[in-house]
Design a protein around this ligand. Structure first.
Ligand code: ZN
Ligand code: ZN
Length: 417
């Protein structure tokens, strides 16, 4: 008899393969973790084994896994020659591009404590991460253009679970994080796949309705927040499923609760207050307020780590402007937990949010075919940064400005109208 945990892992695996990736019988699958750490963490092994089995049951031709973890990176940082950290794998970057170009699927698994490396020498960590990022940029670009079907899921692991449940008994932390993941991924219902089909259909209906409205702006009102975010003509609301260049419909993030689009980089005015701490650069920025004028942040205030937030805003010209506006219901399972996961996959689904930095070209009609300059002229923000922060709560109201000049309610008290 399988245990509850085994049943849950199998349900998560089937959901990942059938709904997340929508893996096709002709495809190969590559399973990886954070590439700078070398691959999927060993703690994720029980989940990875279930995913591999599920992939073959779905008809996969070949499933491969790249293993590694932070301990291996820590060993490198401690013992490798000091001048060697810009060196990257000779074969991996090309192999990743080949895999994707051949139309095969990619699954990323996260099980990391985002802060585990904070005691390591930051310049060396930075060198490794930058060198890796540069080497795998062609792969990342293909993934971000949805050249193939890809997905990201998470596995509970001790260091991460300790961050999420610092007050729990150490022997219970991993289990509690698994149970949270189970709930957020709707694995605790009799038919998780049917539940996700219904939820993704809801998100699709929501984006269809918002796209038909073509609001010229959104007005946000809440405690400490009075903000207007202009939306450019042709903005596209996106959520739930994406389509690969081969036409495979897949859901890249499990869980996913948000619908999002592109703000006009020059038409944001007013004040917005964060409703959850922002984890950035290994620290938590708490209770902060941003004031915008003509799209640009002109004032930054934070009760904790204001200088870190200021540094983010000053990183480049685009980091002081918005690139994403996302709406999330306060009734979403992630919002209901009230937990902070220190992981964007979960935290960005906990509340309505906005992002400082780059906008996604796919959130503008015809955006992906535009040059960077044309995208910018259309209101698209460009930056090396893209940092989501939460502004939603059960006290947030959102109104949409219609082209006629009148407004109508979109959300009341954090819930869809
Ligand atoms: Zn988002
Ligand atoms: Zn984002």
């Amino acid at each position: 008899m399988p245990t509850d945990r085994e049943r849950m892992l199998r349900a998560y695996a089937d959901l990942t393969i059938r709904v997340g990736l929508n893996l096709q019988p002709t495809q190969r699958l590559l399973i990886i973790g954070p590439i700078a750490n070398g691959g999927a963490a060993l703690e994720a092994a029980p989940l990875v084994r279930e995913i591999v089995a599920s992939a073959y049951r779905a008809g996969a031709r070949l499933v491969e896994t790249l293993w590694g973890d932070e301990a291996l990176l820590s060993a490198r940082l401690e013992h490798a020659p000091r001048d060697s950290f810009a060196e990257v794998s000779a074969w991996l970057p090309d192999a990743l591009v080949q895999h994707v170009s051949a139309g095969h699927a990619v699954l990323s698994i996260y099980a990391n404590d985002p802060d585990q490396l904070k005691d390591a020498p930051q310049d060396l960590v930075g060198t490794v991460q930058q060198a890796t990022a540069r080497a795998v940029r062609p792969f990342r670009e293909r993934i971000s253009r949805n050249q193939t079907n890809w997905a990201v899921v998470a596995a509970s692991a001790p260091s991460w679970a300790r961050r999420v449940f610092p007050d729990a008994n150490p022997s219970e932390q991993v289990d509690r994080l698994w149970r949270a993941i189970e709930k957020l991924c709707r694995l605790d219902v009799p038919d998780p796949i049917a539940a996700w089909e219904a939820h993704l259909a809801d998100l699709a209906a929501r984006t269809d309705r918002l796209n038909a409205k073509q609001y010229s702006a959104l007005h946000y009102t809440g405690p400490g927040t009075k903000l207007t975010i202009g939306l450019p003509p042709g903005h596209l609301w996106v959520g739930g499923r994406s389509a690969s260049s081969a036409g495979i419909r897949f859901a890249p993030n499990l869980p996913t609760e948000e619908v999002f689009t592109m703000p006009h980089k020059d038409r944001v005015d007013g004040v917005v207050r964060s409703t959850k701490p922002l984890g950035y650069g290994g620290t938590l920025i708490e209770n902060f307020t941003l004031r915008f004028e003509s799209g640009r942040v002109v004032e930054v205030k934070a009760e904790k780590n204001q200088s870190v937030l200021q540094r983010l805003v000053d990183m480049d010209a685009g980091a002081a402007r918005l690139g994403e506006v996302a709406l999330v219901s306060e009734r979403s399972p992630v919002a209901q937990t009230g937990l902070l996961f220190y992981n964007t996959l979960f935290d960005e689904n906990a509340a309505s949010h906005i992002a400082l930095g780059a906008a996604y070209k796919f959130t503008l009609q015809g955006g992906e075919a535009m040059s960077d300059e044309a995208f910018e002229r259309a209101g698209g923000n460009r930056s090396a940064a893209h940092v989501d922060f939460m502004i939603g709560s059960a006290e947030l109201d959102v109104d949409g400005a219609l082209p006629s000049g009148t407004s109508e309610p979109v959300m009341r008290k954090g819930e869809w109208i």
